[in-house]
Design a protein around this ligand. Sequence first.
Ligand code: CAA
Length: 248
Amino acid sequence: MNDRVAVVTGGIGGLGTEICKALARAGRKVVAADLASRGERVDEFRKEVASFGEQIRFEPLNVADRKDCASLIERVGKQDGPVSILVNSAGITRDTSLRKMDATHWDDVININLSGVFNLCRLVVDGMTNQGFGRIVNISSVNGQTGQFGQTNYSAAKAGLHGFTMALAREVARKGVTVNSVSPGYCDTPMVRAVPEDIRKQIVASIPVGRLGEPREIARTVSFLTDEDAGYITGANIPVNGGYFMSF
Ligand code: CAA
């Protein structure tokens, strides 16, 4: 059952791109779903994954838009078949201290990072339980476990994913469907590169491994959790953070 269909939201992003490649290497048929408005990045992505041929394709998606989500899952169902693997990797930051945060900073992060996961899971869960197989992986963050200055919105959304993951894992545990989260630490992605350099250097200095994580190291963990033989891991959170917790 190697050619199962996988949807990766945020699929052309810093982590999403490597997740798509890892799943394709495992033989999955991968749909990289992301904002069509990221035009240049869409073109770059297509070139980057060209060697995978038809095994990876791009589909436009705004995870915060429920109609858009429904239309994506319908299109994928018609073209490829039912979704067996869903990786929720779409996420944004709007970092600022709470005293300066406006409602838009809050709403955007919650709508994309948390409600987006509800939107997609809601649409695929029945198909997965009917197939008797499913793998859902939610990309959370170390900052959903520790909190981070300037991230009340992001930390709340990412911590929310842990509760969501465990609750849904219980609901589908007897139907062959697993639901887990992966909590990356600071990785070499555009999101982390956007953190002011002085702050980023301080953060890297506090990581026991002494460097940022590589996106492929996150992708490796996601691929592991989506394997056919990973059926006994559910409701778990796997931190992949270079030993960051040991600093506390
Ligand atoms: N701890 C304590 N104090 C801090 C601080 C920190 N980490 N960061 C800033 N401060 C202090 C400043 O020194 C400043 O002090 P003074 O007022 O005495 O000068 C004050 O707090 C600044 O407060 P502001 O309310 O003005 O803060 P701000 O609204 O300008 O926000 C910030 C600052 C943009 C949040 C900045 O601190 C920042 O970028 N921090 C990094 C946040 C971060 O790590 N984001 C992760 C992004 S990557 C990611 O999220 C991926 C993942 O999953 C890991």
